[in-house]
Design a protein around this ligand. Structure first.
Ligand code: HH2
Length: 272
């Protein structure tokens, strides 16, 4: 992963492995550690640069889980993923600490270091990478009438401030990537605008992570449940790459890999 974060040129894929009973699209699928381990290994074989292992759903309305429960879910998986580049999707210092001790390289914090003040120190002490994501409110309530005067400007300002905070806490700038948080306190219009204007976020000079995979904005456009959102996900990923995204967080690694190679070739094509 290091090379990818240092050199934000081409796109990279982050495969999603939710070790949860209630994630919005893959809840229960990877709750058995053996299934999660197999999924993670398959995603890397299919082209993922890193797999994002999470033990707590952050879907709208999700109830928080304790650190003990999160550890109970993710530790047996992380213990078997030696040699696989791993990201830990958590906001809890105890979970991050354990995951980094077991070899994880990146902490993916959907609260952008607002959840627990101790998380920044854990990331800094381990020399880990960090993903800072924008979220309006918290998962339980974030979809209750989200409003912005200018969603792009507000997300860019927020992430710029969180970046400054993270650096002040001792995390090197080169180790940080930024994510607009598709679906986290946003309407359909907000999500579409953010996907179209990733260039504004990329202007902060950090790799941009985007997670449109199977999300409800695709359901809203197509009237389809999470299981039928692959084509919508591929279109969103292609558009995100065109708009300047560097890393895509996705469930369907093999399919996205193919789609995005084409989108990237078009984006980078010299004029013939
Ligand atoms: N989306 C989800 C969770 N973590 N992290 C980043 N950086 N960006 C995202 O867009 C993002 C994220 C939600 O998706 P998923 O993990 O599939 O579902 P759930 O939260 O229900 O487990």
């Amino acid at each position: 992963m290091s090379a990818e974060l240092d050199a934000p040129g081409g796109f990279r894929l982050m495969g999603v492995v939710n070790v949860t009973p209630d994630s919005f699209s893959d809840g229960g699928v990877n709750l058995d550690p053996a299934e999660a381990i197999a999924s993670a290994r398959r995603m890397v074989a299919e082209g993922a640069a890193i797999v994002d292992v999470g033990g707590e759903s952050t879907r709208p309305g999700a109830a928080p889980v304790t650190a003990e429960e999160e550890l109970r879910r993710v530790v047996p998986v992380l213990e078997e993923l030696e040699g696989v580049p791993v990201s830990i999707d958590t906001s809890k210092p105890r979970v991050a600490e354990r995951a980094l001790g077991l070899g994880a390289e990146l902490v993916n914090d959907v609260t952008a270091l607002r959840g627990d003040p101790a998380l920044a120190g854990v990331v800094a002490d381990h020399g880990a990478y960090l993903c800072l994501m924008h979220m309006r409110g918290e998962p339980r309530t974030m979809q209750e009438d989200p409003r912005y005067d200018d969603v792009v400007a507000e997300v860019v300002r927020f992430l710029g401030e969180r970046l400054t905070f993270a650096v002040a806490q001792g995390i090197p700038e080169e180790a940080i990537c930024l994510d607009p948080g598709i679906g986290f306190g946003k309407t359909l219009a907000h999500n579409l605008t953010l996907l179209k204007r990733i260039d504004a976020l990329a202007a902060l000079g950090k790799p941009v992570v985007v997670g449109p995979s199977r999300k409800s904005f695709i359901g809203a456009l197509l009237g389809l449940p999470p299981a039928d959102r692959l084509e919508g996900t591929l279109a969103a990923c292609g558009a995100a790459v065109q708009a300047g995204a560097h890393i895509l967080r996705v469930h369907d690694v093999a399919a996205v890999q193919r789609a995005v190679r084409v989108a990237e070739a078009i984006r980078d094509a010299p004029e013939a």
